[in-house]
Write a protein that binds this ligand. Structure first.
Ligand SMILES: Nc1nc2c(ncn2[C@@H]2O[C@H](COP(=O)(O)OP(=O)(O)O)[C@@H](O)[C@H]2O)c(=O)[nH]1
Ligand SMILES: [Mg+2]
Length: 282
């Protein structure tokens, strides 16, 4: 362990340091947004936006984009990739595929990248937003079935479920975690979800507009989105899907222990935040 790691608490940012980080974050987000606006001046997305946050996925994202549908019924699907910084050519692959591409100058985390994507989708005319991973774990061919409950007005927010569908991965610990965290989250949010951490999700734009101001998690965002939407009274449902192994590479969210602890932390802090704001309202 290096001295800097050992004494990290000594170098935690003070209030001026935190202010500087906030300013740098804003700078990066503003830069990505203004680059996007000048690359696609006056763009209007189709009614459905497929939103993909991608971090160092140059080897995987090309196939995902190739498989993306361009229509659901007679509704046009626009694909929007938010390239989350990184060191490979993810941006080049997305641009070559001809999809809308927004490029963050530095890595900000999946939550921050998706939040930027939600804002762009809402600002450019989307009526429905579907999020899916860039690594091939979600099948773009299932996008139509993800959106259907929204089109039928049976739900406002749809979450894919590998437990109602098929899980083709073999990691037993991750599987147990999916089950455990779904039950914790159901207790907190009063839902009956089987796979609350699945990133394949479809939203009505009204839900996106309503929850975006409450989203603060830069990375582990899945439970924050569910708890927030649930506390705001939106109707959440599930759709069975297939969960594929990553096309290549490994999860960038850390091993199961790191992932699990971070996930639990987000559930806890979001729940406390929602509880506090409900108390303030009453
Ligand atoms: N882990 C991670 N993923 C990111 C980040 N930014 C965007 N992503 C994308 O988020 C998706 C899910 O990430 P992944 O590491 O596969 O997480 P997992 O599927 O939950 O194990 C992928 O499409 C990533 O490319 C980031 O900073 N970290
Ligand atoms: Mg993945």
């Amino acid at each position: 362990m290096s001295p800097t790691q050992k004494h990290r608490w000594l170098t935690r940012p003070d209030s001026r340091g935190k202010k500087r980080i906030t300013e740098l974050r804003k700078f990066a987000l503003d830069r990505a947004r203004s680059d996007f606006e000048s690359r696609y001046p006056g763009v209007q997305f189709g009614p459905i936006v497929a939103l993909v946050a991608a971090y160092n996925e140059e080897r995987n994202i090309g196939d995902v984009l190739k498989a993306m549908p361009t229509l659901v019924g007679d509704l046009e699907v626009s694909t929007l990739v938010v390239v989350d910084g990184g060191t490979d050519d993810t941006a080049g692959v997305a641009l070559d595929a001809g999809v809308y591409t927004c490029i963050l100058p530095v890595n900000m985390g999946q939550g921050a990248a998706l939040k930027l994507g939600y804002q762009l989708a809402a600002a450019h005319g989307a009526r429905y937003v579907v999020t899916l991973d860039a690594d091939g774990q979600n099948d773009p061919a299932e996008l139509a079935s993800m959106v259907q409950p929204l089109l039928d007005d049976e739900a406002d927010f749809v979450i894919a479920s590998r437990r109602l569908g098929v899980d083709q991965t073999t990691d037993r610990f991750r599987r147990a975690g999916v089950k455990l965290y779904a039950s914790v989250l159901n207790n907190i949010a009063g839902q009956e979800l089987t796979d609350s951490s699945n990133g394949y999700r479809a939203f009505k734009i009204e839900v996106v507009n309503d929850i975006v101001p409450y989203l603060i998690q830069d990375q582990y965002q899945t439970s924050e989105v569910v708890i927030t939407s649930s506390s705001r009274g939106w109707r959440i449902t599930e759709q069975p899907t297939v969960w594929h192994p990553r096309a290549s590479g490994v999860s960038k969210k850390g091993g199961n222990l790191v992932f699990g602890l971070q996930y639990a932390k987000v559930i806890g802090t979001t729940w406390l935040r929602v509880k506090k704001s409900n108390q303030q309202r009453t």
